[in-house]
Design a protein around this ligand. Structure first.
Ligand code: NAX
Length: 328
């Protein structure tokens, strides 16, 4: 039998954590034959709630679940972790400015990055979900000099999946017949969901994109503002779909993307597509041998160039702000 893979989840008592842990324990993320040991990191006030989640995990009697550890100490939580899902973050409170938001989250993701650096497994893979996800990933990475930069990623898979879903609706086709959309840039309102290279049930996305009014007034805003639409409808933010996207992200990273299909991941830019090196920005990627590889050489028209540049400019502003705060 294989030894269990350690998966650390921060913010484990939150709503995304609650939607995610049971599926991880069931084998949906790392494979139906891979035992996992879960490590739940929470803040002291939420440890009791995390214990409740652990009780339910036990009561699910998952054959693959080797055990659950709970702590409020990042250095214990990340010990031996091969997968670190950084979900817990401080939400923007009423009246909080972006600088304050970046600062409180820097105080979370800096120490977590350092703990990952010091105690995680050599093969650790990090996915940051907590917002502002791209910049939180950049902060964590800056505190983990011994971990290869490419192991630090931020989640844009939810945006990617939302784009697939909207294209399927537009084409009246099952979502499984839509592929190769790309989310570029920041996981924020400036993100650019690019359909120009997509395959939409056998038709080129560029053909759909000819309807520029639909593209810029319906498709792009619907994808970029889907989170708000869900809050409005459900009264609380998207959790199950975010958890699902996180599981998709890690599963593809570890097990590979299907042949001929790419996905979207925010990772430290190697300087491709004019994105400054090191900026954690979303790109089209495939996964081979457990590593993300950028899909290079996609051509961009004027609209795509402008939109990507705008989102990258926002990321550069965030980087300048956290640099000024001494967080990088
Ligand atoms: P919740 O508020 O339900 O849960 C967050 C949990 O994190 C809480 O239990 C809290 O106690 C814990 N926490 C806070 N600081 C912590 C720390 N320093 N260490 C460990 N745990 C800590 O939020 P939830 O709905 O689960 O969302 C979590 C994060 O995901 C938010 O930042 C949210 O903005 C972000 N999202 C990111 C998405 C993405 O696509 N990248 C989409 C969904 C979601 O909006």
């Amino acid at each position: 039998t294989r030894s269990p893979i350690r998966v650390a989840v921060t913010g484990a008592a939150g709503t995304i954590g609650y939607s995610m842990l049971f599926r991880i324990a069931s084998g949906a993320m790392l494979g139906a034959d891979v035992p996992v040991r879960l490590s739940l990191l929470e803040i002291p006030q939420a440890l009791r709630a995390a214990e409740g989640v652990a009780m339910e995990l036990a009561d699910s009697a998952f054959p693959l679940l080797d055990g659950v550890d709970i702590t409020d100490d990042p250095r214990l939580a990340f010990e031996g972790a091969s997968v670190a899902l950084l979900v817990g973050a401080r939400p923007r409170a009423a009246g909080m400015e972006r600088k304050d938001l970046l600062e409180v989250n820097g105080a979370i993701f800096g120490p977590q990055g350092r703990a990952i650096n010091d105690v995680a497994a050599d093969d650790v893979r990090i996915a940051v979900v907590g917002n502002p996800a791209n910049t939180n990933a950049a902060i964590a990475r800056a505190h983990a000099p011994d971990v290869p930069a490419s192991r630090f990623t931020a989640l844009t898979r939810l945006d990617h999946n939302r784009a697939l879903a909207q294209l399927a609706i537009r084409a009246g086709a099952p979502v499984g017949r839509v592929r190769n959309v790309t989310i570029w840039g920041n996981h924020s309102a400036t993100q650019y969901p690019d359909i120009f290279h997509a395959d939409v049930a056998g038709a080129p996305g560029a053909e759909l994109a000819r309807d520029e009014a639909w593209l810029t007034e319906q498709f792009i805003p619907t994808v970029a503002q889907r989170g708000s639409a869900i809050i409005e409808a459900r009264g609380t933010s998207s959790a199950a779909s975010a958890a699902n996207a996180t599981i998709d992200h890690v599963r593809d990273w570890v097990l590979g993307t299907p042949e001929g299909t790419w996905t979207s991941v925010a990772l430290p830019s190697p300087g491709s597509y004019g994105v400054p090196e090191g900026l954690v920005s979303s790109f089209p990627v495939v996964s081979r041998g457990g590593e993300w590889e950028l899909v290079e050489g996609l051509e961009h028209g004027e609209l795509s160039r402008r939109r990507i540049a705008a989102s990258v400019a926002e990321l550069e502003e965030e980087r300048a702000a956290v640099e000024a705060l001494g967080l990088l």
